[in-house]
Design a protein around this ligand. Structure first.
Ligand code: NAP
Length: 407
C-alpha cells in the first residue's frame, strides 16, 4: 500500500482513533537493528493479513535516527524524526548506538525527553520453552511502569571540586546547616507530584483496563522521604481521589474485606525497593502491575527480564498522553550486525504491544501464538539454542518464517 493512501492516527476526547490504514513511522536502528526490524515487519504484516485479510494494514514510514541518520543528514537525531513521531502518534524503533564523545549523550533518552514520553512500560511474561533461571518462571507475569523523565535521570549533577558543586555545597552547609564534604560530587534527584501522579494514574488505569489484580508502588521512601516516599504518598492520594471505586489498599483489605480481594477490585500496595527485588524472585505471583520512580524502574526492568530469558525476550514502550514509541529493550550488539543471527523477539513482542495499543488485539494474539508455537517447537535463534537441549538453531529471518508458519 502506498504511503499516500495511509491516514494519521488521531486523538479525540482523550481516546485514540485508529484508521484502518494508519501511517506508522519506524526507526530501523543500528547494528542488529536492520536484521530484527526486517523480521518484525514481515511478522506484523503477515499477522495483519491473516487476521484482517487486507481490511487493516499498516503503512510503514521510515524515519531516520542513529548512524543511518548521521550518514544521510549529518545529524544523529533529525528534527524531522521527532516531528514525525509526534505527528503520527505511534512509532516503533530498533536499538540505537549512543554516539561516543560530545553532542547527544543518548538518543533514546533524548527521544523520551523531547516527546515527554513519561512512562516506560515493560511487560514481563514467560513464554513456555524459553530457558530461565527460575524454577517456576510461568508465575512471572508483571508489567512495570517506570517514570521516565525525572529522578537522577534529570541529568542535574556536578563533578567533585567543580565550581558549581563547591558553590552548592557551600550553600547547603552555610544556609541549610548540612555537613557535606566540600569535595563531594553532587547529583540532584527531583521528583514532582505531577510526574509521579501521571505515571501512577497510567499504571492504575492499565490495571483497570486489563483486569489486573494489584498495583504495587515500589520506592525507597524509608531513606528518601521527600522524593521516593512522596511518590508513594502521592500515589495513594491519587488512587483515593480518582480510583476510589476500584482500588482497595492493603489496610482496607484486612479491615473491611477479611483479607480477600473482592472480584473486580484492584489491590493497591507499596513495597520498599530492596525487599521488592527479593519478593519478585521468591513470590512472583504476588506482583502484577508495578509503578516506580525512574532509577528503581531501570534496575527492576532488566532484573525481571532475566527471569523470563533476558533482555532479548523483553519488550518495551515509552508513552506520553498521546505519543507512544515501542522499542527493543536491548542494544545494538554490533558484533552481530548484518549476520542474520540474533533474536528478534524483543522487537516482535514490542510490536505486539503496539498492536494492542491500536486496539488490534486479534493480530497481537496471533503473533503471540506464532511466537509461542515456534519457541515451543524449539526452533530458536543462537541465544536460546545454546541454553536449550534439542533446539534447532535458525537465523533471524528463519525464526521470523517459523513464527509466520505458526500464525
Ligand atoms: P547490547 O547491544 O544489548 O548487547 C549485549 C549482549 O546482549 C550481546 O553481545 C548479546 O550477547 C546479547 N544480545 C543483545 N541483543 C540480543 C538479541 N537481539 N539477540 C540475542 N542476544 C542479544 O549491549 P551493549 O553491547 O552494552 O551495547 C551496544 C550498543 O547499544 C551501545 O552503543 C549502547 O549504547 C546501545 N544501547 C542501545 C539501547 C537502545 O537503543 N534502547 C539499549 C542499550 C544499549 P552475547 O554476546 O552473549 O551473544
Amino acid at each position: 500500500m502506498s504511503q499516500q493512501s495511509g491516514e494519521r492516527i488521531t486523538y479525540a476526547l482523550g481516546s485514540i482513533r485508529v484508521p484502518d490504514h494508519p501511517i506508522i513511522p519506524f526507526i530501523e536502528g543500528d547494528g542488529i537493528g536492520p536484521d530484527i526490524w526486517r523480521a518484525t515487519q514481515r511478522v506484523v504484516d503477515a499477522a495483519l493479513k491473516k487476521s484482517y485479510g487486507g481490511a487493516r494494514e499498516i503503512v510503514w514510514k521510515e524515519v531516520l535516527a542513529g548512524e543511518k541518520a548521521f550518514r544521510a543528514t549529518g545529524e544523529w537525531l533529525p528534527q524531522a524524526t521527532l516531528d514525525a513521531l509526534s505527528e503520527y502518534k505511534v512509532g516503533i524503533k530498533g536499538p540505537l548506538t549512543t554516539p561516543v564523545g560530545g553532542g547527544i549523550r543518548s538518543l533514546n533518552v533524548t527521544i523520551r525527553q523531547e516527546l515527554d514520553l513519561y512512562a516506560c512500560v515493560r511487560p514481563v511474561r514467560y513464554i513456555a520453552g524459553v530457558p530461565s533461571p527460575m524454577k517456576e518462571p510461568e508465575h512471572v507475569d508483571m508489567v512495570i511502569f517506570r517514570e521516565n523523565t525525572e529522578d537522577v535521570y534529570a541529568g542535574i549533577e556536578w563533578a567533585s571540586d567543580s565550581p558549581e558543586a563547591v558553590k552548592l555545597i557551600q550553600f547547603l552547609n552555610g544556609e541549610l546547616n548540612r555537613q557535606v564534604n566540600i569535595h563531594a560530587g553532587i547529583g540532584i534527584k527531583p521528583i514532582t507530584p505531577k510526574g509521579s501522579e501521571r505515571l501512577i494514574r497510567r499504571a492504575i488505569q492499565y490495571a483497570v483496563n486489563h483486569h489486573r489484580r494489584s498495583v504495587t508502588l515500589m520506592h525507597k521512601g524509608n531513606i528518601m522521604k521527600f522524593t521516593e516516599g512522596a511518590f508513594r504518598d502521592w500515589g495513594y492520594a491519587l488512587a483515593a481521589r480518582e480510583f476510589g471505586d476500584v482500588v482497595v489498599t492493603e489496610d482496607a483489605l484486612y479491615q473491611e474485606y477479611d483479607g480477600k480481594l473482592p472480584e473486580g477490585k484492584i489491590l493497591l500496595k507499596d513495597r520498599i525497593a530492596d525487599i521488592t527485588f527479593q519478593q519478585v524472585l521468591l513470590r512472583p505471583r504476588e506482583f502484577d502491575v508495578i509503578a516506580c520512580p525512574n532509577l528503581n524502574g531501570d534496575y527492576l526492568s532488566d532484573a525481571l527480564a532475566a527471569q523470563v530469558g533476558g533482555v532479548g525476550m523483553a519488550p518495551g514502550s515509552n508513552i506520553s498522553d498521546e505519543v507512544a514509541v515501542f522499542e527493543a529493550t536491548h542494544g545494538t550488539a554490533p558484533k552481530y550486525a548484518d549476520l542474520d543471527k540474533v533474536n528478534p523477539s524483543s522487537l516482535i513482542l514490542s510490536a505486539i504491544m503496539m498492536l494492542e495499543h491500536l486496539g488490534w488485539d486479534d493480530a497481537a494474539e496471533n503473533i503471540r501464538r506464532g511466537l509461542d508455537g515456534a519457541i515451543g517447537k524449539k526452533v530458536v535463534t543462537y541465544d536460546l539454542a545454546r541454553q536449550t537441549a534439542g533446539a534447532r538453531e535458525v537465523k533471524t529471518s528463519e525464526f521470523a518464517s517459523a513464527i509466520i508458519d505458526e500464525l
